[in-house]
Write a protein that binds this ligand. Sequence first.
Ligand code: BGC
Length: 882
Amino acid sequence: MTIRPITLRCEYLTNPLGLDVLRPQLSWIPPFDQAAYQIIVTYTGQKIWDTGRMKSAESLQIEYAGPPLESRGRYDWKVRLWNSKGKASAWSAPAFWIMGIFTPGWHLFCAWDQPHTELDKTAWIGEPDGRLFSDKQSLPATYLRRVFQVKGTVKRATLYATALGVYEARLNGQRVGDQVLAPEWTDYRRRVQYQTYDVTALVRPGENVLGAILGAGWFAGRIGLSEGRFNYGHRLRFFARLYVETDAGKLEYFHTDGNWRVNSAGPIVGSDILDGEQYDARREFSGWDSPGFADAGWKPASIEWTPNFGPVVAQTNEPIRITQQLKPVAVTEPQPGVFIIDLGQNMVGWCRATFRDTQSGQTIKLRHAEVLNADGTIYFENMRTAAPIDMYICRGAVTETFEPHFTYHGFRYVEVTGAMQPPELVGCVFHSAAPEAGTFECSAPLLNKIMAAIQWTQRGNLHSTPTDCPQRDERLGWMGDIQVFSQTAIFNRDMAAFFRKFLQDVREAQTLDGRFPDFAPHVQGPENRFTANPGWADAGVIVPWRQWVNYADKSLLTQHYPAMQRWIDYVDTNNPDHIWRNFSKLAMGTYGDWLNSDTFSNVTGFPIGKGKCPKDVYATAFFAHSTDLLGKIARVLGKKSRYDQLARQIRAAFNREFVQPDGKIKDDTQAGYALALHFDLLPARLRPLAARHLVEAMKPFNGHLSTGIQSTVRAMLELTRWGHADIAYELINKTTLPSWGYMVEHGGTTVWERWDGYVEGRGFQNPGMNSFNHYAIGAVGEWMYRVIGGLNPDEAAPGWRHFVVRPIPGGGLTWAKVSYASVRGLIRSEWRIEGGVFTLEVTVPPNTTATIQLPDGNVPKRVKAGVHRLTYSMPSPSSTFQ
Ligand code: BGC
């Protein structure tokens, strides 16, 4: 076996096609402890950058420092390494990146300027105006086509495309790429992402047709919590440039301009992210995206040079893609002609359905729902005003297949009406395709189910932005949810590229006076409501910190630092005594420790008012935490800052104002203790006492948690840290309300928004807010990876350069197997208890070290790369007794 570096990535992506960073960052996974590296970059066969032998153990984000990169240039690169004894690896397999389209010294497509050079003649094209259609209805899709000629054989063809709206590009009858809902969601007023496609195989000599279907998407369709459509604009527009290089060495380009024809009377009569797609197959333009189609009846596209959006930038995160297809597990017919198809899993995406023996004009409806009513019909009320209904009007055939284009649904059940028989159908699962990173398995089936539900919930809520839920009329990048879930998200998937994109959304949604938003992108515009909420806005500091700890992403910190400063300065200025009590009027009343036990005391009989952490305690805890992190970030960046000192002052104020000499915290809530402990706010002496109070504070709740979304996982982690792992295990194993076990034992295949989303005997919670696919409570995944799996990153050696493996067995578990594909390689932690002997096997990837702590309480062991097996004989219950 040849020893060589693997997993070569550029800007966190494998062989990216269109980058617009001028100094891309390169990473790889070393096969041994690296002492030196050499990178060679070639361009058109010429070596343009050779680092020579660089003495460095760093394998992450080595910045390209060669000559300026060319627009659309393809750069091939390889790397080799040396160990400390001077032994070299083989060269890696070659990798590449391709630059996006730009003019050096200037940014990208300058289409918002009047065209002045030949290359700037790319226009935004579409139908004149979305206002031609009613605000009450979903917009029909616009079809666009252009014929072009190619002389000679095609050597390379690349399509750059984007839209104000969402689009699907077509070339000679084929779909281009596998992206769903491109160009995804950004604040289009600030930036519009473009996608790059290698279409070499689709372009041919002679006549070709480039086409696009354009839908409303986030740009002009409905978006959660905003009234009506057209949140960003009325004019749906497509924007593309196709480059074709032929054998003759000729480079030609075709772009969106006056040569396109358009038709909005096609089969997609309506499509909307929230409201489904309506498709009339009788209106199909057969062959419209291929040569030879008669488009005389189509209108010339309306063109626009300066639509006041953008700039256009390369997409930096993994696109939304179909990653799995689910087959139905059951079909029922609770009422005649109403078929309910069960996919066995609450999923997010859409259905591809094949109908048989149809009549022309026959209308088939697919309604998507997460759960069923007791009578077997679908429960649809929790969709609120969203109408996740796809409608297909048949052309009439032996079989016809329908798959939507510009919508998505959160569902497990599909209700089909209007068909003579249930269709053949698959559920196409799609989400931002952040690669899988973590696996978790243990001896308790209940816990495995909980983790599976957490992972599915994560997949259901990565749609360009980390959303709260995927089904009702909301689906916003709620900051508080991802703030608490971010470490779990990172354990499960490689979120590096996704978070970089999202954090740019966050920066763009920051107000002029420094308030971070409550969700990003901010639909209503940053200066509007929904900003500055404690625990929500703080995601603007906490998520970047996690990105640093897990991915050692320093450039992200550099980029984000001024925004974080402005946020902390804002809270500081408005709360001069360091107790965060002056909440922004635009914070919409502060959510606090959202969904704590007060919201379900009626079904549990829990004491009312006792679950709720006082808002000043809650908010000040976050203020202290974010400030503390900012102080650390400043140190990472080598900056002098006042934030360490400010954090000390906030901690002192917190203790003065809320903490009694015996460690009791104002109002004696579980949440108060969990947050104060987790954010290290208390003096060392009071911490064990506060942990005791946390345990005591569970008594009025029959030993259950009363915590809301922000303090639940923090309570679990702190119980464990302060010697009460047994209690944390009891909680994770519980199946009574409130518990994760209750959810999965009551049909939950994803995590519910509310502990009491459904209660036996009572039924569903208020449909006004009852999602069955919300990851916030699933943040306990972090506890499962850290405590059961034992995997803990070390913030002093970010990017898992050093990490701590400290599994804490409990809850009757006899084994656990956890793995994590870190940025530096695959880490495994597997343990089992057999015949009273605890055996732990840990895989430490090359170029990293680990500290392994057995649950025997002995001194931890520092180890290097390799597979390590450690055992110890557990004290038997009787010997403990003696
Ligand atoms: C969302 C939550 C979000 C919250 C703010 C809800 O409607 O679904 O997950 O964090 O609003 O309190």
